[in-house]
Design a protein around this ligand. Structure first.
Ligand SMILES: *[C@@H]1O[C@H](CO)[C@@H](O)[C@H](O)[C@H]1NC(C)=O
Ligand SMILES: *[C@@H]1O[C@H](CO)[C@@H](O)[C@H](O)[C@H]1NC(C)=O
Ligand SMILES: *[C@@H]1O[C@H](CO)[C@@H](O)[C@H](O)[C@H]1NC(C)=O
Length: 397
């Protein structure tokens, strides 16, 4: 009997110790005073919980955001570096931004920021709600500083899975200065009329994979910008929106470089563009080694477009004759329908686009009886099994 008691005693102690160890690397925002009623400001609770997660010495500590609740968060920054080289953010509930009326008056231009965190793993079927409608309505496109919703800076080894993101005031997600990144199975939704609500913007980042996600917004589904290389976009359904874009590059005379981009197995439906490369006149640098492969288009206005005259508004420092050099771009197995007659537009500057290849491209007009066509300027390359024929393309030498 005594022995049995002793055994049970030891066993119980064991279980207790175990649960203490695991509890200490799990941090629940409710334990830090978060209310989750969508009205009380939960920012302080989240930041306190984050401090403990980030300072935890155990492997792979987790911040829990329980479901069934809506947490109102003012603009805030989850700052690293953290003690552990993997940190989990388990998002189940909804994180909600203040609306424009309640936005703090300090002019913060980003809502939730993740900074300098190694191995951040943001997963769970929770939601970010940017509450953008007042921003879209009340803001002049040019002058009003609308906020970016989610901003990742210097987060190497970042993984984002499953979450849903709706109605950002401006772009939904920026990936800036992050290497070795994977985004998968996420959803981004905003109305077609919402201005500048890009899905995912990538800049100054290397080795980024975005896969199996659904993006429908008022601007680019994905934009690959300055300083990006080794970017893989696979299995994205996009639309409405402005399509998948490289750029814009070279704004206001800037030096910009983008290379080694692979976009494949994507569906673009009802988009303003399909796959686009856009550069400003007078910038310099290059965009090269870009492949768009196995792309299906449904009623896209400009299915394939290179636009080196992307000058929307205030455009000053134009240096004539200098431009971003676009080269080694392949379109392979691109099929579907165009809303415009100009289904293929290769409008390059005097710097010329070189080695532009169209291989197994088949684009028809959505309206029966009308012929799709291709227009080009300053382009060298070739086309194989391509409809419409791209006779305006100069042959490569
Ligand atoms: C072109 O980019 C791909 C990735 O999309 C990469 O695997 C390949 O090595 C690059 N080619 C050159 C010549 O850099
Ligand atoms: C494009 O059409 C070709 C020929 O009909 C077909 O073999 C290919 O699988 C299609 N690709 C896509 C991505 O739809
Ligand atoms: C290229 O773009 C310029 C500026 O928008 C425009 O004037 C020109 O007509 C375009 N050329 C072609 C071939 O589309």
């Amino acid at each position: 009997m005594k022995l049995l008691f002793a055994l049970i005693f030891i066993f119980t102690i064991d279980i207790l110790t175990l649960s203490i160890v695991s509890a200490s690397s799990n941090f629940n925002v409710l334990d830090y005073g978060a209310i989750g009623n969508g009205k009380a400001d939960d920012s302080e609770a989240f930041l306190k919980a984050w401090n403990d997660v980030c300072g935890a010495t155990e492997d792979s500590p987790t911040l829990h955001v329980p479901d069934g609740k809506t947490y109102l968060l003012n603009p805030l920054k989850f700052q690293g570096p953290c003690k552990s080289n993997q940190v989990n953010f388990d998002l189940r509930g909804t994180l909600m931004a203040p609306s424009k009326d309640e936005w703090p008056s300090d002019g913060a231009d980003k809502w939730v920021q993740f900074y300098d965190i190694e191995g951040l793993n943001l997963k769970g079927a929770g939601k970010f709600d940017g509450q953008g409608s007042l921003w879209w309505k009340d803001c002049d496109r040019k002058h009003c500083k609308r906020p970016t919703a989610l901003f990742f800076h210097n987060c190497n080894g970042l993984q984002v899975k499953e979450m849903k993101h709706i109605n950002s005031g401006r772009n939904h997600i920026s990936i800036n200065d992050c290497n070795d990144v994977i985004f998968s199975n996420i959803q981004i939704l905003a109305p077609e009329e919402s201005p500048n609500t890009d899905g995912i913007d990538i800049s100054k980042s290397k080795n980024v994979l975005i896969q199996d996600s659904f993006i429908a917004t008022g601007d680019d589904c994905i934009a690959i910008n300055e300083g990006s290389s080794d970017i893989n976009i696979i299995g994205i359904t996009c639309g409405p929106g402005h399509g998948i874009s490289i750029g814009s590059l070279g704004k206001d005379g800037a030096y910009n470089v983008v290379e080694n981009i692979h976009v494949s197995n994507c569906l673009l439906q009802g988009t303003q563009n399909g796959v686009r490369i856009k550069t400003w006149q007078g910038g310099y640098g290059y965009a090269k080694n870009i492949t768009f492969e196995k792309i299906t288009l449904k009623n896209a206005k400009n299915p394939i477009i290179i636009d080196q005259y992307y000058t929307s508004y205030a455009y000053s420092r134009k240096i004539k004759g200098m431009d971003i050099k676009v080269s080694d771009v392949t379109y392979r197995e691109v099929n579907g329908t165009s809303a415009n007659e100009d289904a293929i537009t290769l409008n390059c500057s005097r710097a010329r686009c070189t080695n532009i290849i169209l291989d197994n491209v088949n684009i028809k007009m959505i309206t029966l009886g009308k012929e799709a066509k291709a227009i080009c300027q300053n382009v060298d390359g070739k086309f194989l099994s391509t409809v419409p024929i791209v006779s305006c393309l100069s042959k490569s030498h």
